[in-house]
Structures are given as C-alpha cells and as structure tokens.
Design a protein around this ligand. Structure first.
Ligand code: KIV
Length: 284
C-alpha cells in the first residue's frame, strides 16, 4: 500500500496545521531518487536534502566542502522522486554567509533549478536579514539553530549547545529572531530536551528536533544513520532502525564468492536462443 497515494502534497501550511493540531512532523534526509521514492511511499512529511550528503555520500570529513553544484544535483534527483513530501534543500557553507544577495540568488537556484519547495540554512542573528530577504523572494525558509555543523571549526568540534543559562538564553534569542525574520520551521540540533521543550512552547512555528528530545513538534534523522549505513561514528541521538551496512556487505560478499566459484550466473539468470523451427518431414 502506498500511504501517500491520494494525499495532498505537503506544504508549509501543512507544517503550520500540524503544529496547531499537535500532530508530529516526520522528516528524514534523502539524497537521491530511490530514497525520495521510498520516503514518499512511506508518507514522510518532508525530505531534507541535507549537506550531510558531503559525509554520507561524497566521502568528505565534514559538511564544509559541499558546493552549490553538488547540492543542486542531489536536490534535482530527490525532487524527481518526491510526489507528496516537501523537499527542503540545505544551503551549503559559503552560499549565503557572504552577502544577502548571495543567499537570495542561491535559494532561488534551489527552487528554479533544483525543484525544492523550501530551503534550510544554519544560523541565528547574523543571518536574520538573509532569511527575511529569501522569504520576501517567496521561498520558505527552515532555520537550523543549536549545534550548527557548518561552524564546527569555530565550535572546536561537535557539542551540545545551551547547557548553561547564558547559552540557553542565547538560543531563545536566536529562535525568536528566526521566527521574526519569517522562518516557517526551526531545526533544533543537539540541545537539552528541556530547552527544546521551552523553544517549542514559545514559538508559533514547528520545531524539528535532532538530538533535542521528545517535546519538539517533529523529528529529523539522517537516512544513512537511521538505516545503519554510516559506520564511521554514531552520535547518542541516532537510533538505527536497520543495520544495512552489514546486510549489504553480506550480499556483496556472496556475489563475489559466487562469481569466483562459477555459481553465478546460473541457468535462471541467463538468456537462451529460441528453439530452432522443427524440420519439415519428408511426408509434408
Ligand atoms: O544536513 C543535514 O542533514 C542536517 C540535518 C542533520 C538536520 O542539517
């Protein structure tokens, strides 16, 4: 069964409605056409083409080297596969930090060339003007606060944000600034659960948590993490719903064994010539 069949495409107003009704929003990252089709079939609300694709798909150490062209390529593939889910494209480092104009131009590229329905960007007060300008251009913005992977160098590594009172207050200020600038949703990454609960109660837009506890309006995880396809490391907040790395290794190893031992391809996986026409007999 396809739960998404016959349902209306998800838009930013669906997000608003879900917050009002207290219905939880489900988002996962997806980076290609296959993932988009599966996620859509399952009835996911939104697919985030995250810049985590730099690590999960492209093999970079961090998300920092990811370019607009790489993001656009993957956004297009996802947009072609998603019929109902809202496709949210992640603005990579350098695509919106230098000038407001850069931000608007690149956000427009995600919609016009990539087929995205919204963009996400990391930041608080320093990007408020950019968020405002992108929204003014008619593009819905999801703002990502808390731990911001694009600032990993400045942060000195991966860490939980908002553990002490001044940091918690700063996060509330950033949440307010993003909502005031017009963001339609907030991603809250790696913050204490009680702080996420406070933000969720405070803001009018939905909060989507990743490492932010149960009280957010929705949740997001990385496709490769939740399917057990990113063995390099596993943050506390990641729950693996499958262990595909092991399953894929097993399948590939069997294939190698069967090719080397001459078991594959067998008769069932080979083509055969059509049987020759029976020869006319002398009586004919
Ligand atoms: O890039 C990404 O996948 C993200 C999620 C971790 C929220 O920003």
């Amino acid at each position: 069964m396809n739960p998404s069949k016959g349902t209306k495409p998800v838009t930013v107003s669906t997000f608003r409605q879900k917050k009002r009704r207290g219905e939880r929003i489900c988002m996962l990252t997806g980076y290609d056409h296959f993932a988009a089709q599966v996620l859509d079939e399952c009835g996911i609300d939104a697919i985030l083409v995250g810049d985590t694709l730099g690590m999960t798909v492209l093999g970079y150490e961090t998300t920092l080297p990811v370019t607009m062209e790489e993001m656009l390529l993957h956004t297009k593939a996802v947009a072609r596969g998603a019929k109902n889910a809202l496709v949210v494209a992640d603005m990579p480092l350098g695509s919106y930090q230098v000038t407001v104009e850069d931000g608007v131009r690149n956000a427009l590229r995600f919609v016009k060339e990539g087929g995205a329905g919204a963009i996400k960007l990391e930041g608080g007060l320093e990007v408020a003007e950019t968020v405002r300008a992108i929204v003014r251009a008619g593009i819905p913005v999801m703002a990502h606060i808390g731990f911001r992977p694009q600032e990993i160098l400045a942060q000195g590594g991966f860490r939980v944000i908002g553990k002490n009172e001044p940091a918690a207050q700063q996060l509330l200020v950033e949440a307010d600034a993003m909502v005031e600038a017009g963001a339609f949703a907030l991603v809250l990454e790696c913050i204490p659960s009680d702080l996420a609960k406070a933000v969720t109660a405070r803001v009018s837009v939905p909060t989507i948590g990743i490492g932010a506890g149960i009280d957010c309006d929705g949740q997001v995880l990385v496709w490769h993490d939740m399917l057990g396809m990113f063995p390099r490391f596993k943050p506390t907040f990641v729950k693996r719903y499958a262990e595909l790395h092991g399953l894929i290794r097993e399948a590939v190893s069997r294939y190698i064994d069967e090719v080397r031992s001459g078991q594959f391809p067998d008769e069932a996986h080979s083509y055969h010539r059509a049987p020759a026409d029976p020869k006319p007999s002398v009586e004919d």
